[in-house]
Ligand binder design. Sequence first.
Ligand SMILES: [Mn+2]
Length: 315
Amino acid sequence: MTYAGRTVALIGAPTDVGAERRGASMGPEALRVAGIAAMIQRLEINVEDLGNLSGPGNPSNGPVDGYRHLSEVTTWCQEVYAAVGVMLNSGKLPLIMGGDHSISIGSISSVADYCRREDIPLSVLWLDAHADFNTPKSTPTGNLHGMPVSVLCGIGPSDLTGLVQLDRAINSSTFIQIGIRSVDHIEKNAVVESEMSVFDMRTVDERGMRSVMTDALAIAARRGGHLHVSLDVDFLDPEIAPGTGTPVPGGPNYREAQLCMEMIYDSGLMGSLDIMELNPADDIRNKTAQLVVELVGSLFGEQILARHKSPYSKN
Ligand SMILES: [Mn+2]
């Protein structure tokens, strides 16, 4: 059991300042109500719920110099950066509950600095309908939840790119994206020109989730070190996961999503996890939160039958 005896630290970041549509600020509590702590505990893993971080409210302002709510997003990300760093340094596995996806700028900046201090390579598995690779020049809206990947690659406002304090352990080659199916017009060129490994939905359609995840995890395994998983709830097909602010049809179905999570567990690589963009205001009786909790169970080792040795992992 990869995680048995370890401690998962739940960190709530209840904000939607990086999004157009409001409601992701209720995500952490919906995950608690759906039983996220009990799901992980029943796998013989310790859980410490650190509660919610606090930060500025949502002023619902328009964009300034291409960004909406830059100072609010920065404050939230600073809080997340600090909390995640404390947990990583104490050997705990941080699970950050968003919040909109701009919060990942804080969590992944902290993971990148941790990896630099420990001198270990970093891979980020970005599970999302969107590439989140916009810049102020390409964004149609100015919403920072569409820009976390470019900011983490060092492109964007210095308030946010500067969260990574040590010599950058992160660039576009760090990112492995799965499930992408909605990329803005100018953003497409930037994605193609980047060094990201992108497995879009057409690739999943043609090759199947098993083949895609085998290749995606092999990239991280070859590199070794730390794997951060950033799950945007809109990765999932809206038929099974309506509770998110920017749903896009044609995502992974229930079985594909389960296989994806089970294979991440089998790899034994995951060292930190974001769950972002759960929006209870768009959900139906908390069913998306319940689905996400099931998927979190799979990420931490819940299986249909006990597999003592995975057919996918190399060891
Ligand atoms: Mn996203």
